[in-house]
Ligand binder design. Structure first.
Ligand code: TNX
Length: 531
């Protein structure tokens, strides 16, 4: 076994050496008319280790050497990309001064047909980066960053190349469950920077669940006073103040990331019920849960919860509509005021108790509340039971859920099929502290990469949830998210003909120093030669 594995690793290493040549630099590049890629040295230089891989790469002959003192020209109407460029130069110890005719030029050009997020990066005698938007320029900087080393060197040599790039999908997301176990603001900021470097653009925060309520709501202070202290097994509790969240929203925006807040309703609400018992049905204590949650019987149905059962809690909209809808409206109004996102995520998953019959009507009414706040609805797939607006998004999570009726209404999907994207499942078969309910052998990197969003209809993009029942610290969160989020980035950014797993692992392997520089405690997937 060890022997054959050794052979496998040798073959793999050999492949890494010959693949760039066999595939024409990196398997995806368009050959330049001059055909310079035939010389091995040139081919090596032209191997572009960019993840996610760009839509179009046209290599040119030769190299550009950057000195440690150079000139830059940024666009005053594009502050985020300018800041990203200067931070990159600082990281590489490159001195710069502003000059109109500069070595590195960033320029907005609204006439470029590259969409909201595309860019054109031309590395020739100089570096010319153009894009219709600040976001596009920002992504061009991320590509440039990956072409450069992660730490300062004596000089920098770049291949001459023209990259024209734009994403296939505009939803490229990561979800963090900060409710089961709290995750601090500092980690979220790091996570945002890491996401941005792989051009991910949606951070969905699962802010509330049975085990914790993590967002300060001024009209209902007990939500965090009571519901903010708990967590699974008494691990990490805590909550975000509104001021902290507003600052985080602005920080994320500077990294071209939109934070999508989720308040999970009407189920997964034990933390809210423990804070405000009136939200539960009055007879709930007498009713045994209709599922397998043996640890939530009698008075426990009104108390804080630190187990991992799901589906036992729900707001009592059937018998206490006034209490419940006033609560929902008050909470969502404050949420909408903090988060400028186009969508409000209202959960809607796993109502498995006495309120199941009232669920469709509840969703319909909450969509109306969301509409009154001038926002669109986003919810887990089960919310298709409600009469929701056609401009809603549903998050598809059970691989075989019948989503066709929702599609007929024109509703679009955020793809999170659990057997490809659930990062609380193992990086490998049998990884400790991971779930297996959706994929018995875990969800290795290659499985994540094999998701083909193109095979679904009405898709806005892909998002990978990291549920945190079994993730109690930052190092474990890193291990579950990375490198698998890099695969999510490529699956959602790069078009199918350009996706190739061998080439992806090769490019990602080469970016190891970049991940190290960001302090990521990634899982060392064997195919990445990171040992
Ligand atoms: C299902 S997916 C859940 C979560 C759990 C997760 C564990 C979804 C909408 N609900 O409540 O944390 O499984 O993998």
């Amino acid at each position: 076994m060890a022997n054959s594995q050794g052979k496998l690793i040798m073959i793999r290493k050999l492949l890494y050496l010959i693949l760039p040549f066999a595939l024409g630099a990196c398997g995806n590049v368009e050959q330049s008319p001059g055909g310079e890629t035939s010389a091995p040295e040139t081919a090596q230089a032209q191997q572009l280790n960019i993840v996610p891989f760009p839509q179009s790469v046209t290599p040119a002959a030769g190299e550009l050497t950057l000195s440690k003192e150079l000139t830059v020209a940024t666009d005053t109407n594009a502050p985020d990309s300018a800041a990203a460029l200067l931070a990159l130069l600082d990281q590489l110890d490159i001195q710069y001064s502003e000059n109109d005719n500069a070595v590195i030029n960033l320029k907005l050009d609204p006439s470029l047909p590259l969409g909201e997020e595309g860019y054109r990066l031309n590395i020739d005698q100089n570096i010319t980066l153009t894009a219709p938007t600040d976001a596009g320029l920002f992504y061009g900087i991320q590509s440039l960053k990956q072409l450069l080393p992660a730490a300062a060197q004596a000089e920098y040599v770049l291949p001459k190349v023209l990259i024209e790039d734009q994403p296939q999908y505009n939803w490229r997301g990561s979800m963090l469950d900060v409710a089961r176990n709290f995750i601090g603001v500092e980690y979220l900021k790091q996570h945002i920077q890491r996401m941005a470097s792989f051009k991910l653009n949606k951070l969905h925060l699962h802010l509330t669940d049975d085990q914790g309520w993590r967002l300060e709501i001024k009209s209902r202070p007990k939500l965090t006073e009571v519901g903010g202290t708990t967590s699974v097994s008494g691990n990490r509790g805590g909550f975000y103040t509104q001021a902290q969240m507003r600052e985080l929203v602005a920080f994320a925006a500077r990294h071209q990331i939109e934070i999508i807040p989720e308040i999970d309703l009407p189920g997964h609400t034990q933390a809210a019920i423990a804070a405000y018992n009136d939200l539960a049905c009055d007879d709930v204590v007498d009713n045994p849960p209709q599922n397998q949650c043996e640890d939530v019987v009698g008075p426990a149905r009104l108390a804080p919860y630190s187990g991992t059962c799901v589906g036992f809690s729900a707001l009592c909209s059937s018998k206490k509509p006034d209490v419940v809808y006033t609560f929902v409206e008050d909470v969502l109004r404050e949420v909408a005021d903090i988060f400028p996102s186009e969508y409000l995520h209202i959960g809607g998953d796993e109502v498995l108790n006495e309120e199941a019959d009232a669920f469709p009507d509840f969703i319909t009414k909450v969509d109306q509340i969301v509409a009154s706040l001038d926002r669109k609805l986003l919810a887990w797939e089960e919310a298709s039971a409600g009469d929701i607006r056609g401009n809603s998004l549903l998050q598809f999570w059970n691989d075989d859920y019948d989503i066709a009726p929702a599609l007929e209404k024109g509703i679009h999907l955020v793809l999170s099929p659990c057997s490809y994207t659930y990062l609380d499942h193992g990086n490998y078969d049998g990884q400790p502290d991971t779930y297996t309910w959706c994929a018995k052998q875990g969800i290795p990197l290659e499985r994540v990469y094999s998701l083909t969003p193109e095979s679904y209809q009405q898709v806005v993009g892909v998002e990978a949830p990291m549920w945190s029942e079994k993730v109690a610290d930052d190092a474990t969160a890193d291990n579950r998210n990375w490198p698998r989020l890099a695969a999510i980035a490529e699956v959602s950014w790069t078009k199918q003909p350009q996706r190739n797993y061998e080439a992806f692992t090769q490019r990602l392997s080469a970016l190891r120093q970049h991940l190290d520089k960001m302090g990521i405690e990634y899982y060392r997937a064997p195919e990445l030669s990171w040992d």
